[in-house]
Design a protein around this ligand. Structure first.
Ligand SMILES: [Zn+2]
Length: 260
């Protein structure tokens, strides 16, 4: 009985420590990445592009259909106005929107997007792009799941093992999250990868702009970058949480940020 309060204090402290160390900042926390590179599409236009990627939605609000459509429309724009072949599966793949707290996740035929209350990840372009990054990561060049010949493997072969481009502090846990975060940054907030000083990010950019996307992608990324820096200046936005976290991490952990 005497030890109870101390135990409670210890438990609370332990929980606080766990929640701090698990508090990695991902690309979706960046307000400009959350909005992406294009103004939001109308619902009908969004539905048309969702169809071109052989995707479907379940339990989606109109604004979520628009956000997914806008994400995909920009991916087409970066890819010479065509869907990215590795993202188009033969079997319909569904974005399922849930009013839940917790990490969004994948199963073989669904991306489950948890809205997380006021964070509203269903309307966050970077969140929807991150999940598409996992779909692409699992797929081969024909767009179908293939663990022996996946885009994850191509990416790691290009980068070298454990050579991470830290576009966010969430991007270094493993090669799958690393690829999904780098992909999300490329299509929603190219500044995080194109202007990142690490050699690993230059390699990652090269993979995305020459091996995954058509040659139009670099010019499109520059267009997005210019648009977003004008928006940031007009709105006097402070430095994004993801950029600040990357810089802090690079300063305290230089070897992890440099290429081998
Ligand atoms: Zn993920």
């Amino acid at each position: 009985m005497k030890n109870m309060p101390l135990q409670i204090v210890k438990t609370v402290l332990a929980l606080l420590l766990v929640s701090q160390s698990a508090g990695a900042i991902s690309v979706k926390a960046d307000p400009l990445a959350a909005k992406g590179c294009l103004p939001r599409l109308k619902v009908a236009d969004a539905e048309a592009v969702i169809k071109r990627f052989n995707l479907a939605v379940e339990n989606a609000r109109p604004a979520e259909i628009q956000t997914l459509g806008t994400t995909l429309k920009w991916i087409e724009t970066m890819n010479d106005n065509r869907p990215l072949s590795r993202a188009v599966r033969q079997v319909l793949y569904t974005y399922n929107f849930q009013t839940k707290i917790g990490n969004s996740r994948q199963d073989p035929t669904h991306a489950i997007i948890n809205r997380n209350g006021p964070k509203n990840y269903g309307e966050n372009v970077a969140q929807l792009a991150h999940e598409l990054g996992h779909l692409i990561g699992n797929s081969d060049s024909t767009g179908n799941p293939n663990p022996e010949d996946s885009t994850y493997i191509d990416y790691v072969n290009h980068m070298g093992p454990k050579n991470y481009c830290l576009v966010s502090t969430y991007a270094d846990d493993n090669s799958h999250e690393q690829f999904a975060e780098v992909f999300a940054a490329f299509v929603t907030r190219p500044e995080l990868i194109k202007n990142n000083p690490s050699r690993a990010c230059k390699k990652a950019y090269e993979f995305l702009s020459t091996k995954l996307f058509a040659a139009t992608s670099d010019a499109a990324a520059v267009r997005c970058l210019n648009r977003q820096s004008a928006i940031a200046k007009r709105a006097k936005l402070p430095e994004s949480p993801a950029s600040a976290a990357v810089k802090e991490q690079a300063a305290t952990n230089a070897p992890a940020a440099s290429a081998k």
